[in-house]
Each structure stands twice: as structure tokens, then as C-alpha cells.
Design a protein around this ligand. Structure first.
Ligand SMILES: [Zn+2]
Length: 320
């Protein structure tokens, strides 16, 4: 499996010393990717991954979901996890060496899924702590993938590829409006959207999938995110994105609207009632769980699981 990251980082002056370290780094990355290929390699022509968010509660629900996730992911040959934010409650982590990396992440999910990549994005609770620490942790972890606050990666699917655009939606969230968080205020939302538009424009991927912590549409406690509806949704529609994956709401939802599947998978560690009871394809407010997606070149399949291993909802999308 090949993952190639793209971020929006500016180029820097490079001295011979920097080049030397880059060569060492490339060699290490190459060797580690060779090693990881053993555990991540697949021989068939589907891409299989789970989507889980809002998990770092240290609760019985988190552990129950984790146990079930490991069993199902192994049985179905899952290749990686998409982690859609709010990884540590209530206030994120303080550093890349915070003890909660072990106690709330590695210990809880120990097993099949922690031998494979976790592609992660930041939630609001991650910003309540040290958001940069989650990027720093990626540099020292063999499975935690967060090269920047927003980035993209691709996965091979037969002779084609799938594009994942991983966003930081916190600059568009109402709770941070008015400059409540200096770290969020420093983020350049318009620049990020221009970057997302350019990545989607350049891509010839068979499937284009976008991730952000905050929902665009939601029938849950928080409801829609107006700035994402206004600013991000037109980009998704323009590029015929198949699915937008998010968390933030502590429930499971499937909303199909304007030709896009909106998947809310924010019940990894707790659930929450509330919402406007609008009619949606699926919503589960009382059972913790996660979503699982299988992609072939022609078909996207998604299932929602609870911690008991029951399939609560499923949908299929044939490639248009
Ligand atoms: Zn959240």
C-alpha cells in the first residue's frame, strides 16, 4: 500500500547539512515503509478502513468499541483507521510525550488496529490542549499519521487511486469565533480552502473523500456548521466528492444530500442525545460505535457498527 502525503508547507532554504539529514530521513522512512508493508500489504482489490471519532474519554464505551473494532477490523482485513478528531477529552494532550498517548490510545486500541496506520485530524478538544503536540507525536510514532494540521494522502486501488483530503475545520467552528483560541486564530482558513480546492482540482482519483472534525450537515446536538456549509460545501460539490467524513457529534449519522454522503462517526467514546429530529437516512444517538468503509473501483460500501458488533445501518454508492 502506498501513501503519499501532500501538505501546504512553504519550501525552506536547504543547506548541505539539511540535505544530509534529509537523506538519512528518507532512508529511515523507506526502510520503515518496507517493514510496514508486511503488515499493511493486501492482495485483493478493495480498500478497507474504519472511521472513528471523539474517542478519548477513557470510558467503558471507548473500551467496548475498541474491542469490537479490533475484532471486526481483523476479520475484514482493514488496512487503516481514519480518526476524525477529539482524540483526548477534555483538553487534548500537553505534549508528544503526554502519558495519555499510552493510556487513552495505545493501551485502549492495542491489537490489530494499532499495528496499522491512523490518519488523524484535529477536533476542538484537541485544540483545548496542545494541537501541535499531535503533529509532533506523528514524527515519533510508527502509526500516527498527522504530518500537518491539514494534508492529503492517496491509496492505490487496482491501477487507480483514492484521494483523502484531511482538513482542520476548527477555524470554521462557531465555538472559536471571536478569537477564543489564539492557536485557532493563527490558522489561515481561506488559505486551507484554496489548498483543498487545488488538491481536488489536480486529482484524477477514482474516489475523492474529504475529512473534517465538524459536520457540514448534522441532525445531532450541535447541528449544521454554517461556515462549512457556506465555504466548504461548494468545493465538495464542484469536485464531485463522494463522501464527507466527520465526528464532533457524539452519535452516528448518515445524511445523503446534494449528491454527497455525509458520515458522522463521533460515537467512539460516548453518546449524546439531542438534535432537531430532521429526517435523515440514519441516526443512532444511544449506542457508541463507528463506521467501516470498503471501496472497490466501482462501489463504495459503508456500514455502521455498535460496540456489540451489530450493523446498525449500511449504504452503497456505485461510482458515477
Ligand atoms: Zn468536537
Amino acid at each position: 500500500m502506498i501513501s503519499s502525503f501532500k501538505t501546504d508547507r512553504p519550501s525552506r532554504l536547504r543547506t548541505p547539512v539539511v540535505y544530509a539529514w534529509m537523506c538519512v530521513g528518507i532512508a529511515i522512512v523507506f526502510l520503515s515503509s518496507c517493514q510496514r508493508k508486511d503488515v499493511n500489504s493486501v492482495s485483493d482489490s478493495t480498500l478497507r478502513f474504519q472511521i472513528i471519532g471523539d474517542w478519548g474519554t477513557d470510558s467503558p464505551e471507548q473500551r467496548a468499541v475498541a474491542t469490537r473494532l479490533n475484532a471486526q477490523a481483523e476479520a475484514d482485513g482493514s488496512q487503516f483507521t481514519l480518526s476524525v478528531g477529539d482524540h483526548f477529552y477534555p483538553n487534548g494532550v500537553s505534549s508528544a510525550t503526554d502519558s495519555r498517548w499510552q493510556s487513552s490510545f495505545l493501551d485502549v486500541y492495542a491489537g490489530y488496529v494499532t499495528r496499522r496506520d491512523w490518519f488523524a485530524i484535529l477536533g476542538n478538544h484537541d485544540y483545548y490542549g496542545n494541537a501541535q503536540a499531535q503533529i509532533d507525536y506523528a514524527a515519533r510514532s510508527s502509526i500516527w499519521r498527522m504530518p500537518a494540521r491539514y494534508y492529503s494522502f492517496t491509496k492505490a486501488l487496482d491501477d487507480r487511486e483514492v484521494l483523502f483530503v484531511c482538513l482542520d475545520t476548527n477555524p470554521f467552528a462557531a465555538e472559536f469565533a471571536g478569537g477564543k483560541s489564539p492557536d485557532v486564530t493563527k490558522q489561515d482558513g481561506p488559505r486551507q480552502l484554496r489548498w483543498a480546492d487545488s488538491v481536488l482540482t489536480a486529482s484524477r482519483a477514482t474516489w475523492k473523500i474529504v475529512l473534517g472534525h465538524h459536520p457540514i450537515y448534522s441532525a445531532g446536538f450541535h447541528g449544521d456548521t454554517p461556515d462549512l456549509k457556506r465555504l466548504l460545501l461548494p468545493i465538495l460539490k464542484k469536485h464531485k466528492v463522494t463522501a464527507y467524513l466527520c465526528g464532533h457529534e457524539h452519535d452516528l449519522q448518515h445524511i445523503e444530500q446534494e449528491g454527497i454522503h455525509f458520515v458522522v462517526s463521533g460515537a467512539g467514546g460516548q453518546t449524546r442525545l439531542g438534535g432537531d429530529n430532521r429526517p435523515v437516512a440514519f441516526q443512532e444517538k444511544q449506542k457508541a460505535g463507528y463506521a467501516f468503509m470498503t471501496l472497490s473501483t466501482d462501489t463504495l460500501r459503508c456500514k455502521f457498527y455498535d460496540a456489540g458488533g451489530n450493523v446498525l445501518h449500511r449504504f452503497t454508492q456505485v461510482r458515477k
